[in-house]
Every structure is written in C-alpha cells, then in structure tokens.
Design a protein around this ligand. Structure first.
Ligand code: PHE
Length: 388
C-alpha cells in the first residue's frame, strides 16, 4: 500500500469508528428521555428547590417502574440555580444547549423563574414551573404576550393576594394593615400590590408600607416605624428566611398583632428561624395542606415519608404534580419533539394532580384553590380552603 492508500485507510477506519461510536451513543439515547430539574438547591430559598426536586424524582421513579414514558426510562438532569436569577438563566442555558433535555421543570422563586423562562423561550424548551406565582412568569412583562414555552402548575398572586386580604377582613375581622415588602423579589412586590388592592377594595386601609431586602438580618428599625402606626395586622409576603427573623424580632419588640403572609413562608425552616412561640398568631396562604385527606393525597404523603423520612411541604407535592403532568403531556404528544410537547402542555385539561384537577388556561397558569394555614406551637394547622 502506498502512502496515500495508507492515509485513506486510516481515515476510513477513523470514520468507521466514529460511526460505530456515535451509533452506540444514539442507541443508548433512544432508551432514555432526559428531563431537566432546575431548582434552588442551595442559597436563600434552598428548601423550595430541594422539596420540589424530591417530589419530581419520586414521580420519575414511579413512572420508570411502570415502563417510563413512550417506552423510555426518564433520566433527571439536576441543575442548581443557587437561589439567584443569573444562575437560573445559566442553568437553563446548560440544560437546553449541552444536556439535550426535552423539557425542564423546577421549584422556584418568581425572580429565578422569570430569568430562566427567557432562556427557555429563546431555546424553545418547554418549561413547567412548579411554584412561582408572579404573573410575569408566564406573561412577558414588556410585550404582555403569553410566553409560548412557559407553563405552571400553581395559582397566581392576584388570586393569592385576594385570598389573604379577604381572610384578614372577613375572618380576622381587622381593617388596618401594615405591609412589609421584600423589594428584591418580584414575588414579594407583586403579592404586596395584589393584597393592597383587594384589601382597600374590601374596605380596609393600609396604614404603612416599608421595604426590606433579601439577606437582611436586622428588621428592628423598620418594625419601630410600623409599631408607631398602630396597625392591627402585619402583612409580610416574603420568604421564610427573612419572615422567620421579622416575626421573631417583632415579638421581641412587643408587636403581638397577627402576622399574615403567603406561600413563601412554607418551609420546615420557618419554625427553626422564627421560633414556635413567636409564630403563634400568624397565618399564610398556601397551595396545599398535608391535612388534605383525599385518598390520593394520603397515598402521596405516605409514599413521600417512606422515601425521604419527612412530611412533604407544598413544593414537594407541587414538584410531584408538575413532573407527572409533564410525563402525561409527553405521552399525549406521543413524541419527544419539543414543539409537540409544548402543544400538549397548552392543551392540558383536568389533569388529576394531588393539589387538585389541573387545567392550564390561556395564560398557561393553573386555576386552583388556595388553603389558609395557621401556625400554632410550631405546627401548621389547616384553617380553610378558598376556591377560585
Ligand atoms: N410562590 C413563590 C414565588 O413565586 C415560591 C413558592 C412556592 C414558595 C410554593 C413556597 C411554596 O416566589
């Protein structure tokens, strides 16, 4: 063989090897489906992401035991957004561009979900949000258009804020409220505004509104200002890290008025940070109560306790619901094509989720009931369910 022939032979062998290798790769790929789990695994909202990922992993495990989806085993690709919007965008880019996932689902504080959804939209990857409740998650704030590829399995804050306001007016029967808003969070700013609107409409008055930032430690100067306004109730639509400290410091300062908030309170850490006694006489709106005694809910709570050794919070059950809804959408799409999965998600009707039958409406949001929880001696006590 001459030199030219040698080179040709080597190239041929290399090409052949390449073909065999990529063939192997493909045949492995055809047996699995990759789904991204993008969550707050670390940082200030870490319990949200951990719970949501646990719920989703349980759903995938159950589905895989029954043969997976479209005959393929589901592989979860875990990504951490570190509780930061910029990290959420980076993590979504990696899932979409490098990992080759067919869809993404995840926990989520609203600001992180908004950042991740812009990437999902440009990459055209279906993104099923678990718990972010701000309207801007599914509707673009600038164009006011519904985002094609972003959906969620939870209710939104215009509803949650109204439920909170009506609870204060009609159940606690209080009319003078002060608000403390986390101005670094889209969730907190939105929920405060929706609460205010409904509260004033219902005949209440907002006597003061003060701001704080995520990661703040000392709330006493803000609380001193609020104390002098003699509000009958304090509305704090924040996240558990800061809410725990706010309630603790308020009680230390002799502010004994009821404190009311939203789903951002829901974390096993709330009591650890705030203390059981300080949290007495506080209430929050949420997606789910473990006291829901429907058979499906009971079965889920038992299975979750067995798997993780703890009681599920709202994000665990919503994470489980989102993963199951996504699997159902892939089955209905009968394809791993992202545009087809998007269309199937948009067509979701009465999906039997643990948090209630889930229909995704024109703005890609779920319309479902909220529950009101009272904190009593460190325990969450179910008070009421409010239908949309
Ligand atoms: N709703 C919160 C947000 O939008 C996130 C959250 C959901 C927190 C569910 C707790 C439980 O930021």
């Amino acid at each position: 063989m001459n030199r030219k022939g040698m080179i040709l032979a080597v190239v041929m062998v290399m090409l052949l090897m390449g073909a065999v290798l990529s063939g192997c790769g493909k045949s492995a790929d055809t047996n699995t489906v990759k789904i991204g789990l993008l969550n707050e695994m670390t940082g200030g909202n870490a319990t949200f992401g951990t719970s949501s990922a646990n719920g989703a992993k349980m759903a995938f495990k159950e589905a895989n035991a029954k043969g997976g989806v479209l005959g393929k085993q589901i592989v979860a690709v875990i990504a951490d957004n570190k509780s930061e919007p910029s990290e959420a965008a980076n993590a979504m880019t990696k899932l979409a561009m490098q990992d080759g996932v067919v869809a993404v689902t995840g926990g989520f504080a609203s600001s992180n979900a908004i950042a991740a959804s812009s990437v999902a939209e440009s990459a055209k990857v279906p993104f099923l949000v678990v718990g972010a409740t701000n309207p801007k998650v599914t509707v673009d704030d600038k164009t006011k258009k519904v985002k094609d590829y972003t959906f969620r399995v939870c209710f939104i804050d215009p509803f949650q804020g109204t439920v909170g306001a009506n609870f204060v007016l009609n159940t606690l029967k209080l009319k003078k409220a002060a608000i403390m808003v986390d101005s670094s969070s889209d969730y907190s700013k939105g929920l405060a505004a929706f609460f205010r609107e409904a509260f004033v409409k219902g005949g209440g008055a907002i006597v003061a509104e003060e701001a704080y930032l995520q990661k703040d430690q000392d709330f006493k100067s803000v609380l001193t200002k609020l104390k002098s306004m003699n509000a009958e109730v304090l509305y704090v639509p924040g996240y558990y890290e800061e809410v725990g400290k706010i309630v603790k410091q308020a009680r230390e300062m002799g502010i004994n008025a009821p404190v009311v908030g939203g789903d951002g309170w829901d974390s096993p850490k709330l009591v650890e940070i705030g203390g059981a006694a300080s949290l007495n006489n506080t209430y929050f709106t949420n997606h789910y109560s473990v006291e829901d005694n429907s058979p499906a809910s009971k079965a889920f709570v038992d299975a979750y306790k067995k798997e993780y050794g703890q009681t599920p919070d709202a994000l665990a059950v919503l994470g489980y619901d989102a993963a199951n809804l996504l699997i159902d959408a892939i089955k209905r799409a009968n394809s791993l094509d992202k545009a087809k999965i998007q269309a199937a998600l948009a067509a979701t009707k009465a999906f039997p989720a643990i948090t209630g039958a889930t229909t995704l409406n024109a703005t890609h949001d779920a319309v479902k009931s909220a529950v009101i929880i009272e904190m009593k001696d460190g325990k969450q006590i179910y008070k009421a369910t409010v239908k949309p």
